[in-house]
Design a protein around this ligand. Structure first.
Ligand code: DOR
Length: 435
């Protein structure tokens, strides 16, 4: 299939491009970028335009397809929450062309059979590319290392016990040591369970008012600092998942200053909402780590600006309605994030915090580089994974319109600006019906 994307504003940090131009796609690969300033500019001389599907991107921005390095696809085992099919459709709807799925499925992705199952399903049913993340420990129990070598061979791109921390420092040390053999990162769900134990929201003023048990910031900070020390000891690559605290940002900043192999991500809810969102016992705002304070939001934004935080990921955590329609204490932790992440992140651009190029880095190039996915770029020869954005399009968040089975979002009713109107992936052109 031949596609010509005409007159879009192309943003590709891998080539330092932030300029108007056209993109030529042939056989699922990027053939050429012709910038408006290029000599002999479009309509590209010699192009047999009749044989091309032409996409008019006038007034739109053209990004490398977004890469989400932290998604829960729930299959196998929790298909009532999400499947590989629905999760990847939700991803494409949100502008993502690659997602990395966490291993807290049933059975846990702690061996190559489960990894191969996920890859097979994703190949058959997936609207976008799926890269599995294997468990660090068997059954995510935190005790015995999983079959990391076999999983690496089968196609896992990182290891994590996400959803649960690895409480044993010795096990974490061994995981970081062992992962060096495959040059794959260990992704830390940084939570000291002794400190967070029984907590359901941030510990502070609001938890006191609501009479809910709190999770102190220190539950995250203590664990980030431990894992940084272990990365220093072992030389293993460490990636900190869903940073939610100012202390966490400071710890990662210091580690980077020391030159340690540490990277970090945050999620849109951590730079958008505070613990106040929980008021009224709103279970949609129950997430782990919990929503924090204005001070934490400021620190996370600073961390995004100075490069301490490399990645914006969703931590897409779809749940069934009944798992949120219950008492706050009993409700599941998690936010369905794939279909709101990009517009929420674009609000940082409107507020002058980040540039569009920063967004393309943190939501495409950086996660791809950290995990070695070979995505996140519009260079000649790359897969034609492309996200076309209408930055001005206003829309209201209506969870019932999500393609994800998970309608659990604290952003219901928010009016956001910016929509991924067309996503190109695996040779398909997906156009949003509400563009
Ligand atoms: O809120 C969360 N939900 N945090 C996690 O770490 C896991 C996730 C889930 O799997 O539902």
């Amino acid at each position: 299939m031949k596609i010509l994307i005409k007159n879009g504003h192309i943003v590709d940090p891998s080539q330092e491009i932030d300029a108007p131009g056209d993109i030529v796609i042939e056989n699922g690969k990027i053939k050429e970028i012709i910038l408006e300033t290029s000599p002999g500019r479009v309509p590209a001389p010699g192009l047999d335009i009749q044989s091309f599907t032409v996409i008019d991107a006038s007034g739109f921005h053209v990004f490398p397809g977004l890469v989400d390095m932290h998604v829960h696809l729930r299959e196998p085992g929790f298909e009532y929450k999400e499947t590989i099919k629905t999760g990847t459709r939700a991803a494409v709807h949100g502008g993502f062309t690659s997602v990395c799925c966490m291993p807290n499925t049933n059975p846990v992705n702690d061996n190559e059979t489960v990894t191969e199952f996920i890859l097979r399903k994703a190949y058959a049913d997936g609207a976008c590319y799926v890269f599995p993340i294997g468990a660090i420990t068997k059954g995510q129990k935190g005790e015995e290392l999983a079959e990391m070598g076999m999983m690496a061979e089968a196609g896992c791109v990182a290891f994590s016990d996400d959803g649960r921390p690895v409480m044993s420092s010795l096990v974490m040390r061994r995981a970081l040591e062992y992962s060096r053999r495959f040059d794959l990162p260990i992704i830390s769900h940084a939570e000291d369970e002794d400190l967070s134990s029984g907590g359901v929201m941030n510990e502070g003023r609001v938890s006191l008012q609501l009479g809910l048990r709190g999770i102190p910031s220190e539950a995250e900070v203590v664990m980030i600092k431990r894992d940084i020390e272990l990365a220093k000891l072992t030389g293993g690559r460490l990636h900190i998942a869903h940073v939610s605290t100012a202390g966490g940002v400071r710890a990662v900043r210091e580690a980077k200053k020391e030159g340690l192999p540490v990277t970090a991500e945050t999620c849109p809810h951590y730079f958008t909402l505070t613990e106040d969102a929980v008021k009224g016992y709103r279970t949609e705002a129950k997430v782990n780590p919990p929503l924090r304070t204005t001070g934490d939001i400021e620190a996370i934004r600073e961390g995004l600006v100075d490069g301490t935080i490399d990645v914006i990921a969703t931590d897409h955590a779809p749940h069934h309605r009944d798992e949120k329609l219950c008492e706050f204490d009993r409700a599941a932790f998690g936010i369905s994030g794939l279909e709101t992440a990009l517009p929420l992140s674009l609000s940082l651009v409107r507020e002058g915090v980040l540039t569009l190029s920063d967004i393309a880095r943190k939501m495409s190039l950086n996660p791809s580089t950290i995990l070695g996915l070979g995505k996140g770029s519009l260079k000649t020869g790359s897969d034609a994974d492309i996200t076309i954005l209408d930055l001005k399009k206003g829309w209201k968040v209506e969870p019932e319109r999500f393609l994800s089975k998970g309608k659990n979002t604290p952003f219901e009713g928010f009016v956001l600006e910016g929509l991924p109107v067309i996503t190109i992936c695996k040779g398909q052109v997906y156009e949003r019906e509400d563009r």
